[in-house]
Ligand binder design. Structure first.
Ligand code: GUN
Length: 295
């Protein structure tokens, strides 16, 4: 069994991005983060994204709003960022409060600044296998991890548990693409799938994106499978100063010995999400230069 080390791969990617950003001189890419409410996990994720941006020379702006902000007011804030030429990327941290329709918000982000890839236009371009698409960061990070491990995905059976817009749906699309990192047969499973284990046991590559701690257990996997754990669940742990620890959607200790490759939590998919966000921000910046050349 080999660990797919997201920390190592992401740090490699970030170093290359930092070198690229340095070549831009004084002009720097800038990403704007929007956070609504005080969800501790969202606060922590956005902080991590800000820190990483700063580390590689990308500028960032953070706009925070109370849980009570109206959808219209949030749309107005996005409009301001859409028309601000000094902002190249916009990220609205999910989840948003229940009174706000996430798709309306995501679709309002200028598709050229949609570094999260949640906008309908970018999801459409992804389906069309258009290189210009911004691909959502966690799925893109998963593909990068699998690619760097030298895994041949052609003809493999990928089983995705989860059908979210953020991970489940786009990751299946990526494994389907007519590319070296695709050409897989993809099965989507979700909370209404009967006999889930029947499907998961057939997976050569299993992507667990359910958001339930330790949900995938040893009897649910095929020996030698590649296990991608997308879950980042906080569970109470009195021995920690924070009072919690992070566990994935996969019961790591019992599943790992059966797997050929497995992503740990933390240190697997999580760091890749942040690295791919930086990569998308650089892409948005470079595409903006093509549209508005300075010389
Ligand atoms: N919430 C959980 N993952 C993500 C992500 O990749 N982007 C955004 N915007 N929100 C998230």
């Amino acid at each position: 069994m080999e660990i797919l080390d997201g920390n190592a791969v992401s740090s490699d990617l970030l170093n290359s991005l930092a070198d690229r950003v340095e070549t831009y001189g004084e002009d720097k890419p800038c990403v704007a983060f929007i956070r609504v409410g005080e969800d501790p996990a969202s606060i922590s994720y956005v902080r991590k994204k800000e820190k990483t941006a700063a580390r590689i020379g990308i500028q960032s702006r953070l706009k925070t709003f109370p849980e009570s902000i109206s959808q219209v007011a949030l749309l107005d804030e996005i409009s301001l960022l859409n028309s601000d030429s000094s902002v190249h990327g916009i990220l609205v941290q999910a989840p948003l409060p229940a009174h706000i329709d996430e798709c309306v918000i995501f679709n309002h982000v200028n598709p050229n600044k949609d570094v999260d890839g949640f906008n309908a236009k970018n999801l459409g371009l992804l389906c069309q296998e258009d290189e210009k698409a911004f691909v959502s960061c966690t799925p893109a990070g998963i593909i990068e991890l699998v690619k760097r491990a030298g895994v041949d995905t052609q003809g493999k059976h990928v089983v995705v548990i989860g059908r979210s817009l953020i991970v489940g749906k786009p990751v299946g699309m990526l494994f389907l693409q007519k590319k070296l990192t695709g050409n897989a047969t993809v099965t989507y499973c979700h909370s209404r799938t009967p006999d889930l284990a029947f499907h998961t046991k057939q997976a050569d590559i299993l992507v667990a994106a359910i958001g339930r701690p330790n949900f995938v257990t040893k009897p649910m996997i095929k020996s030698g499978a590649i296990i991608i754990d997308v879950g980042i669940n906080r569970i109470a742990d009195e021995t920690r100063k924070s009072g919690f620890r992070l566990v994935g959607d996969v019961a790591f200790n019992e599943v790992a010995p059966e797997a050929s490759f497995i992503t740990p939590v933390p240190g697997g998919v999580g760091p890749m999400t942040v690295a791919m966000l930086m990569s998308n921000t650089v892409k948005a910046y470079e595409q903006s230069l093509k549209k508005h050349p300075t010389q």
